[in-house]
Every structure is written in structure tokens, then in C-alpha cells.
Write a protein that binds this ligand. Structure first.
Ligand code: 5GP
Ligand code: ZN
Length: 138
């Protein structure tokens, strides 16, 4: 896609620091380096987000995640690693599907906080019913 910044990285119009590459997948350093080693994994094919990702392409991309995570782990020895994927505005800022691999370090300043709630059994059951009653996967 002509206006897409990640397509430009795929075709070499914009330079990037390649961590891994094969026919269908590219992994490169995120320009903002939220933490040291912050890496993006993308399909070379332009796909906007998880909602338009085929099973096949999802499997092709995700099968590279453990090896790249292990490479970052072996290189930087982080205390852990977050895998994040933002979909749709306002969460997503580049509309070419990508997975963030973010190595984590002591006091790295990165905050990812879950606001926990305590639903009752009835609320959990009701939420599950809503999901199971949706016909999209059946
Ligand atoms: P999102 O907010 O869509 O989940 O993440 C998009 C990411 O793409 C951001 O972390 C941003 O730093 C990164 N990014 C945006 N433009 C470029 C670029 O030109 N090169 C690289 N390497 N990363 C980019
Ligand atoms: Zn693209």
C-alpha cells in the first residue's frame, strides 16, 4: 500500500534495522525503542489489523515470535518481555499489522497496568453467553 510507512520499510524506501526477515515476515527495531531491543514483527503483505488477518498469515507471523523473543532474551537478558498488538484507533497508530516485542528491565519506565475488576459468577456467565451467542465463529 503506497502510503503505508511499514510497506515502505518492506520495500526498502524507508530504512530500518532488520532483526529477522524471510519471504513473508519482517522484524525490525521500533524507531522509538520503548525499551532496549523493542522490536516489531510484521507481515510483508499489507494487512491492516488482526480483524483482517487470515488464519494462514497469522500462523506465519506468530510462528516467528518465539525465536525472536528468545534472540532478544539471549542478547539483552531482560527480566521479562511483553508482547503487544494494538488494533484500531486510538490504540493503533500504524495501520499495517504489527506485533510489539518489548523486553522489560528493572525500573524501565514502561507501564502496562491492568485495571482489575471483580465480576460475580453471574456476570462472568453473562459475558460468556454474549460471546457464545455471537454467530461469527460458528
Ligand atoms: P502502534 O501504536 O500502531 O501499535 O505502533 C506503531 C509503532 O511503529 C510505534 O511504536 C512507532 O514507534 C513505530 N514506528 C512508526 N514509524 C516508524 C518508522 O518509520 N520506523 C520504525 N522502525 N518504527 C516506526
Ligand atoms: Zn502496509
Amino acid at each position: 500500500m503506497e502510503s503505508c510507512i511499514f510497506c515502505k520499510i518492506v520495500n526498502g524506501t524507508i530504512p530500518s534495522y532488520t532483526v529477522y526477515e524471510d519471504d513473508q515476515v519482517l522484524a525490525f527495531l521500533d524507531i522509538t525503542q520503548v525499551t532496549k531491543g523493542h522490536t516489531l514483527i510484521i507481515p510483508k503483505q499489507h494487512v491492516e489489523d488482526v480483524f483482517s488477518l487470515s488464519d494462514e498469515l497469522a500462523s506465519t507471523i506468530f510462528r516467528q515470535v518465539p525465536a525472536i523473543a528468545n534472540k532478544l532474551n539471549a542478547t539483552f537478558h531482560p527480566i521479562g518481555l511483553n508482547i503487544i498488538n494494538n488494533n484500531k484507533e486510538p490504540l493503533q497508530s500504524v495501520f499495517h499489522y504489527h506485533i510489539h516485542l518489548i523486553p522489560r528491565y528493572e525500573n524501565d519506565g514502561f507501564t502496562l497496568s491492568f485495571h482489575s475488576t471483580s465480576p460475580s459468577q453471574e456476570e462472568l456467565k453473562s459475558t460468556l453467553d454474549e460471546i457464545l451467542n455471537e454467530q461469527v465463529l460458528t
